[in-house]
Design a protein around this ligand. Structure first.
Ligand SMILES: Nc1ncnc2c1ncn2[C@@H]1O[C@H](COP(=O)(O)OP(=O)(O)OP(=O)(O)O)[C@@H](O)[C@H]1O
Ligand SMILES: [Mg+2]
Length: 380
């Protein structure tokens, strides 16, 4: 394949975050050129010039193209569609929505954040719990899916317990109010004591995750945060298939070894068309009561990984007693008004404002999507 073919191929994998369809299929990609020195120029037409998803689309395009062998630089020109182009996009989006009727109750444009790493014990579940809480504290409804089927830990970390009930044939996630927001949680932990567990035991893990996604009521969430088991290969594939809008937040410790493993996870994510939204460094340093800072697990791994992947480093979370204790007590430290609460609040704000804005809070394709969904429903 020539460089330009590879660029076009990669662009075809970049999704409009709200419409959940490829920007190429949606007709948002204009001229693409590659100079003899490997400088790529891509023209992207947004539905409106002031689209708040502009930076996310810019980042996704840059990330998709910049890692191709032979590409030296990526220059993206953002423009806006005219009325005729927008009409054409509507038609394509409508057709795509009909062709790929979602098998889940989660609206296509709802951001899905999968917390992943290639290595166990780096704090994925702790980050998932605290991030979910921090997002909910902004008054939102946050779905939390514990995709660590046999090693579940979210019921304990969040202080929630089952049993899960079904209504209209869908499992109802367990609710926990957080300020003006709410968590809606599903975990194998809510079923393990139940009769259903017998049925579940015989199923492969992907099938269990699929059921949690398809047979649960996620209709009313602004975000879905997914905690994953270590070594996420199968789960990542299942998520990419079932929830194409899934973006990965990769957790690493500052140690180089963990960072290398995380890089492998990221590489895998890439090859299986999974979007990486950012890196979170955990266990960054420890400050003892005497005020001295100890970098127990080294330093810089998160920053290095983020640079390697061309994605933002979203946070450096220090080793803090309250993170461990909060998890044990079912009261995540992200709920506190102290410095740890502030760190997670900052990460949540960054995600809401920039990394993965919620559906409806944004003003470009979201409105079109609404129209598309209405059109599809009225055609049924
Ligand atoms: N920032 C932190 N400060 C203190 N303790 C932490 C921090 N992050 C995680 N821990 C502790 O480290 C341990 C492992 O964390 P956690 O279970 O979240 O990791 P994990 O990546 O989900 O593990 P697994 O791969 O087994 O699912 C837990 O005891 C947790 O309380
Ligand atoms: Mg875990």
């Amino acid at each position: 394949m020539s460089i330009i073919e590879r660029v076009q191929d990669r662009l075809g994998q970049v999704l409009d975050p709200e419409l959940g369809a490829s920007i190429v299929e949606l007709g948002m990609v204009g001229d693409v050129s590659v100079s003899s020195t490997g400088d790529v120029t891509v023209v992207v037409a947004l539905t409106t010039a002031a689209c708040p998803l502009r930076s996310q689309i810019d980042r996704d395009v840059r990330e998709a193209v910049s890692l191709i062998d032979g590409v030296r630089s990526v220059n993206i020109t953002m423009g806006a569609m005219d009325a005729v182009q927008r009409d054409a996009l509507m038609r394509r989006a409508r057709q795509l929505a009909q062709d790929r009727a979602p098998t889940t109750s989660l609206p296509l444009g709802t951001p899905v954040l999968a917390i992943t790493s290639g290595k166990g014990g780096v704090g994925k579940s702790s980050i998932a719990a605290n991030l979910a809480v921090a997002l909910a504290r902004t008054g939102r409804s946050v779905g939390v899916l514990d995709a660590d089927i046999w090693g579940f830990s979210l019921p304990r970390l969040l202080g929630v317990s089952g049993p899960v009930e079904a209504s209209a044939g869908k499992m109802q996630p367990i609710e926990k109010k957080i300020g003006t927001g709410v968590l809606r949680v599903l975990s194998m932990g809510f079923l393990a004591e139940e009769e259903q567990a017998l049925l579940w035991r015989g199923l492969i893990v992907q099938r269990a995750v699929q059921q949690f996604i398809e047979d649960a009521d996620w209709s009313d969430v602004d975000y879905l945060v997914i905690d994953t088991p270590p070594g996420t290969g199968d789960i990542a594939m299942a998520l990419a298939r079932l929830l194409p809008q899934t973006g990965h937040l990769i957790v690493t410790t500052p140690a180089l070894a963990a960072q290398r493993v995380a890089a492998r996870a990221a590489d895998f994510a890439r090859r299986s068309n999974v979007r990486v939204l950012g890196v979170i460094e955990n266990m960054s340093s420890f400050t003892c009561s005497c005020g001295e800072v100890h970098e127990i697990f080294g330093r810089g791994g998160g920053k290095e990984l983020a640079e390697e992947l061309h994605v933002p480093l979203l946070a450096e979370i220090p080793l803090r007693e309250e993170v461990a204790h909060g998890g044990d007590a079912g009261e995540p430290a992200g709920l506190s008004d102290g410095p740890t609460g502030a760190l997670f609040a900052e990460m949540a704000t960054r995600i809401i404002d920039d990394i993965a804005p919620p559906l409806g809070a944004v003003g470009c394709s979201a409105r079109l999507l609404d129209a598309v969904e209405r059109a599809v429903r009225s055609a049924d």
